[in-house]
Design a binder for this molecule. Structure first.
Ligand SMILES: NC(=O)C1=CN([C@@H]2O[C@H](COP(=O)(O)OP(=O)(O)OC[C@H]3O[C@@H](n4cnc5c(N)ncnc54)[C@H](O)[C@@H]3O)[C@@H](O)[C@H]2O)C=CC1
Ligand SMILES: O=C(O)[C@@H]1CCC=N1
Length: 302
């Protein structure tokens, strides 16, 4: 599946990098065409090399040699340093793709002066199973061929969609972070199932297939989620009783607020590289939540 044009270097060997590597190898990508590096020499590189057969090296010059795609998979706070380390070793035609939340194309360009082929991407961890959705946006300076090269890679691990850069914080909040919202819901469903006396294994199977089935219904029928929900909800039945509790507890309001807070946090993370110094390393609490209220009430709290 791969040739010299898709020789790929990953900068950062964390969770997102591994999900992408797993997806690409599963897609038939030659693991020897993938090189990965990491900041720390803590066994992580050997682990990935052993698990997937990829090449791994601490030295950036080694992994970047011949790379036609350079995937930046470090945390937003580490992006400035990582880009500056990469800059001297880039092949002229390489496309540099960042998957970092918040980091803007203009911020990448500042750290890679004179390098035109820049792409932002927001995948999610389902790339491990080739079921991700990835949003992409290329810099205006990026050649169509380089942009297509980047998109092709993400096509191998799920669906892709091109969006304007102004949409990226919203995309990050929706589909980048989105799997975690679903997992939280399943965690709570499983805790309730245990309280109701269901064995853990049975409950997990039931919950997993429920989520898979609901996702497939959304995808295959194309119906609005409200209509699909209506089909489940018999008047005065069990679902109606459950939904009444969720609405009483303002769960839909909380979810809307959570997704918007994630988007706002992406915008704050942009400041980490822009150097404005306004971003806090940890996400601040949403005003009105118990933790935020407690902090605000504490001496010196804000
Ligand atoms: N985890 C997720 O579900 C998703 C993460 N992302 C983005 O992917 C990026 C990575 O996230 P994770 O994999 O979750 O984080 P992680 O903390 O698991 O991995 C980041 C890795 O980068 C390494 N690193 C830091 N500075 C480096 C440098 N200068 N050179 C080489 N390696 C360096 C760290 O040692 C670490 O192993 C973040 O920017 C995040 O916003 C995007 C979509 C989903
Ligand atoms: O939580 C984060 O900041 C990253 C970006 C999207 C998913 N994980």
């Amino acid at each position: 599946m791969t040739g010299p044009d898709t020789t790929l270097a990953l900068i950062g060997a964390g969770k997102m990098a591994e999900c992408l590597i797993a997806g690409w190898v599963e897609a038939g990508f030659d693991p020897r065409a993938i090189a990965v590096t990491n900041r720390r020499n803590d066994g992580r590189l050997a682990e990935l090399a052993g698990r997937y057969g990829v090449r791994a090296a601490r030295d950036k010059a080694t992994v970047l040699k011949g790379a036609r795609v350079v995937l930046m998979a470090v945390k937003p706070a580490d992006m400035a340093t990582a880009l500056e380390q990469v800059a001297p070793h880039l092949e002229p035609g390489a496309v540099v793709v960042s998957v970092a939340a918040g980091i803007r194309l203009a911020d990448m360009a500042r750290r890679l002066p004179g390098h035109p082929h820049l792409v932002r991407a927001m995948p999610n961890t389902a790339s491990r199973l080739r079921q991700a959705v990835t949003a992409l946006c290329a810099a205006p300076t990026c050649s169509p061929e380089a942009s297509a090269r980047a998109r092709w890679l993400f096509d191998q691990v799920g669906a892709t969609v091109e969006v304007g850069e102004e949409a990226f914080d919203a995309v990050t909040a929706l589909s980048g972070s989105g799997p975690a919202y679903v997992y939280l819901l399943v965690e709570a469903m499983l805790e309730a199932a245990r309280d109701l006396g269901l064995p853990d294994g049975v409950a997990r199977d039931l919950a997993v297939w429920t989520v898979v089935g609901a996702g497939s219904m959304l995808r295959e029928t194309g119906l609005p989620p409200a209509e699909l929900r209506r089909q489940v909800t018999s008047p005065n039945g069990t679902t109606a009783a459950a939904i009444a509790v969720l609405e009483e507890m303002a769960v839909p309001v909380a979810v809307r607020r959570a997704v918007k807070r994630a988007a706002a946090r992406a915008a704050e993370l942009a400041a980490l590289i822009a150097g404005s110094g306004t971003a806090s390393p940890a996400a601040p609490q949403v005003p009105g939540t118990p933790a935020a209220t407690a902090r605000a009430a504490a001496p010196g709290g804000a």
